[in-house]
Design a binder for this molecule. Structure first.
Ligand code: NAI
Length: 320
């Protein structure tokens, strides 16, 4: 058997750890030697009310099993208080799992500003506030691991979830940038789109499906991503649930390059070649924006009627 991944001496903050996925992460890290900050506001899945009980129950469970944990009851909107709990209790923060979440599902026709704003506050502002408060500690110690939580709804869209989808895809861009800014300080950030039985999903999935989607089956992937032995995986998106895990990446079609000439670069000429825009037979998997200069240079080698604008190597585009 491979050596057990351990987190002795490290401090893990798990937001929304009073139930569902957060509880599964918190109890796992508690059982593997970490100091755990169990954050939970303790409200309903729609973000109403608050209670200390959700976090307390999990702290008690971790301690009863011989682990180290403290509770924090602040909303993630006040992330600095959550990170402060970690510093006060354990003197450090090594791993942040941005997991807290709520739903305000409603058709776009009927959505109200408050449904939009609350989802943005909890998912987007909450993740930002926690990461931002942890960041100086991570930089100083040249070590930090972050997991942000997206959703299939964010990656693919879902009926009744414009607010939630927008917030969840924001987690992808947030993670990709944190990964870029953090790399030289050994701060790694990855984002997961989990699927698991929880109070969030029990209203929309039948019991037989929920039975095979235990939250604990999301934990092993997260455990690897935030472990110090992970020295390469950062800025990545994973789908994970029910024992399955897979990586998601962008795909860009080879695309269409038209001569940037008022005579030929017209909406009509794009429409005529729409199949080329949609053709993924020569796609790539980009880590960044298209290299337009290279594309333009290549375009000059095309037959005259296919050519794009002329470009010199200093990057000045010369329209012909
Ligand atoms: P859950 O409702 O069981 O857990 C979320 C926890 O976050 C709750 O304990 C709640 O009290 C806490 N919370 C809510 N607002 C908070 C706030 N402002 N500050 C601190 N804590 C707060 O739901 P579940 O399913 O475990 O969700 C965990 C994360 O995974 C969420 O971000 C959710 O959007 C995401 N997710 C879950 C999926 C699933 O299949 N369960 C699917 C896709 C994403």
């Amino acid at each position: 058997m491979a050596d057990q991944l351990r987190y002795d001496g490290q401090t893990v903050v798990v937001t929304g750890a009073g139930g569902g996925l957060g509880k599964a992460y918190a109890t796992f890290f508690g059982s593997r030697g970490a100091n755990v900050v169990v954050n939970d506001l303790g409200g309903t899945f729609k973000g109403e009310g608050a209670s200390n009980k959700a976090a307390d129950v999990v702290v008690d469970e971790i301690k009863a099993a011989g682990g180290k944990a403290v509770a924090n009851y602040d909303s993630v909107e006040f992330g600095e208080k959550i990170i402060d709990t970690a510093i006060q209790a354990f003197g450090r923060i090594d791993i942040l799992i941005n997991n807290a979440g709520i739903l305000r599902d409603i058709s776009f026709k009927n959505i109200k500003d408050e449904d939009w704003d609350l989802i943005m506050k909890v998912h987007v502002t909450g993740s930002y506030k926690c990461a931002h408060a942890a960041w100086p500690h991570f930089r100083k110690q040249k070590y930090g691991r972050i997991i942000n939580t997206a959703s299939a709804a964010g990656l693919f869209g879902n009926f009744g979830q414009t607010n939630y989808s927008a917030a969840k895809l924001a987690m992808v861009g947030f993670t990709e940038t944190l990964a870029k800014e953090g790399f030289k300080y050994n701060i790694f950030a990855n984002v997961i789109a989990p699927i698991a039985a929880s109070r969030m999903t029990e209203t929309v999935m039948p019991p037989e499906v929920l039975a095979v989607l235990k939250p604990k089956w999301v934990v092993p992937l997260v455990a690897n991503l935030v472990h110090s032995s992970n020295k390469t995986e950062t800025g990545s998106i994973f789908e994970v649930g029910g024992g399955h895990m897979a990586k998601i990446r962008w795909e860009r079609s080879k695309g269409l390059l038209l001569k940037a000439d008022p005579e030929t670069y017209t909406p009509e000429s794009i429409l005529k070649k729409w199949d080329q825009v949609n053709d993924f037979s020569q796609a790539d998997h980009p880590q960044g924006p298209a290299n337009f200069l290279e594309l333009l240079e290549n375009a000059q080698k095309l037959p005259p009627n296919e050519q794009g604008p002329k470009v010199d190597l200093k990057g000045k585009v010369v329209l012909v």
